[in-house]
Design a protein around this ligand. Structure first.
Ligand code: HEM
Length: 147
């Protein structure tokens, strides 16, 4: 089981309680599709992804980015049992959506960059350390049901 210090817990809850889900969700997912274009293959039904501008202004991408961030709420609320909290979502991404699990790490890197840019100086080494630890536990939990 993953252990969390009180400081890590308060950093994680602090980030999520102040997060602008609409802004950060849209920016993180669109960044992922622009920087790692192969991730676009999963969003073929989302309309125009033909240019970076089209991706950034695509309302379905923005809405899905918000949904993914709300998916992270599950981990924030269940920090002591993230694995169980993602059992179902892991099955969904693996068996139904066939999302390559490497993409979870890619998305989490994009999210880290967007959150860091938003928080500026407040995203110090302690914050980065707690946030990356949190996301790596999420990435591992989402990848659990792949075989
Ligand atoms: C759907 C969470 C990463 C592709 C979803 C849903 C959630 C979610 C909550 C909705 C499930 C439902 O409708 O019941 C997450 C979390 C992620 C993550 C927490 C990582 C931190 C990714 C990545 C990709 C991806 C990296 C692909 C590159 C999809 C697709 C759907 C989906 C294609 C279905 C979309 C639709 O029905 O329109 N995800 N996801 N996810 N996710 Fe993820």
């Amino acid at each position: 089981m993953v252990e969390w210090t009180q400081q890590e817990r308060s950093i994680i809850t602090g980030i999520f309680s102040n997060l602008d889900y609409e802004e950060i969700g849209a920016k993180a997912l669109s960044r992922c599709l622009i920087v790692y274009p192969w991730t676009q293959r999963y969003f073929g039904a989302y309309g125009d992804l033909s240019t970076n501008e089209a991706i950034k202004s695509n309302p379905k991408i923005a809405a899905h980015g918000v949904k993914v961030l709300h998916g992270l709420d599950r981990a924030v609320k269940n920090m002591d049992n993230i694995k169980a909290a993602y059992a179902e979502l892991s099955v969904l991404h693996s068996e139904k959506l066939h999302v390559d699990p490497d993409n979870f790490k890619i998305f989490s890197d994009c999210l880290t960059i967007v959150v860091a840019a938003k928080l500026g100086d407040a995203f110090n080494a302690d914050t980065q350390s707690a946030f990356q630890k949190f996301l790596s536990v999420v990435v591992s939990a989402l990848g659990r049901q792949y075989h």
